[in-house]
Design a protein. Structure first.
Length: 143
């Protein structure tokens, strides 16, 4: 396997690709490829500055997925999940998206030294936009 391939894939389940494409395109994400929803076969891949997000479903079939079928359809999809998106120029990025991005925590410097802000997307996913860093480096731990 090509060592440059990220082996961990984040797949977000959504019932409609259109608001997702609109929202993430405004954030700067581009569509890498898309398979239009057809029963349970819809898929959307978007990327921004090396941050790749995958979306599955795109229609009502997500509510039939074995695990998610046990929850009410109006349960926010992102409850308990934080999607981290690393941004090169976090201050400029924040200024360009803060008026539409449903910001729930403004841009601040965190105790561990990274700048970030948080927003919620149209499907209820909780997003943290943060300064680029290597999470494997222990210097990112708060002491």
């Amino acid at each position: 396997m090509d060592k440059s391939i990220n082996k961990l894939q984040l797949e977000l389940h959504v019932d409609d690709f259109e608001p997702i494409k609109d929202y993430y395109s405004k954030l700067g994400f581009g569509i890498v490829w898309e398979r239009k929803p057809e029963e349970s076969k819809g898929y959307l891949v978007m990327d921004f500055e090396g941050n790749t997000l995958c979306f599955w479903g795109g229609n009502e079939h997500i509510y039939n997925q074995p695990h998610f079928a046990q929850f009410p359809d109006n349960t926010p999809r992102g409850y308990g999940v934080e999607v981290v998106v690393m941004i090169d120029s976090i201050g400029d990025f924040y200024d360009s998206v803060k008026d539409f991005a449903n910001v729930v925590e403004p841009l601040i410097e965190q105790p561990w030294g990274l700048w970030d802000f948080r927003a919620v997307d149209p499907a209820g996913y909780y997003l943290r936009f943060t300064t680029e860093h290597n999470i494997l480096n222990q210097s990112n731990a708060v002491e």
